[in-house]
Design a protein. Sequence first.
Length: 152
Amino acid sequence: MADIANMPGHLIRRFQQIAVAIFHREVEAAGFDLTPVQYAALECVARAPDIDQATLAGLIAYDRTTITGVVDRLVAKGLLTRKVNEKDRRARTLHASDAGLDVLRRVAPSVEAAQRAMLKGLSEQEADEFLRLTRKALGAVNDLSRAPLRQR
């Protein structure tokens, strides 16, 4: 019989559930209504204006069909805008609005607090090693994902 407590898939799933709960706790306590994926999308667009939804999906390793709903919600909240792509009039580019940039600036301390809380039981050296090993493991299996991380 398998010991699920020592299976990476089980541990990663549990850690992800806890990470999302911590993120929501910190961000909501500061008065913001953002999910982790919405935050990642907004942050990514702010750093790379003029990207399209497909590029955004790759940059945050999110499913291309599901990213539409994330972008729709951010547009509805006034945090992102869509503009007609000058090179391809059928496509739309994404931009963080002034309100979106303001939210990113104001929510940053809560997001940073959430990241610290997720690694609470680790020393600074252990946290660095955990992140290094996680990136290494993810890199080795990235292409197996339905939504692989893509570099710009």
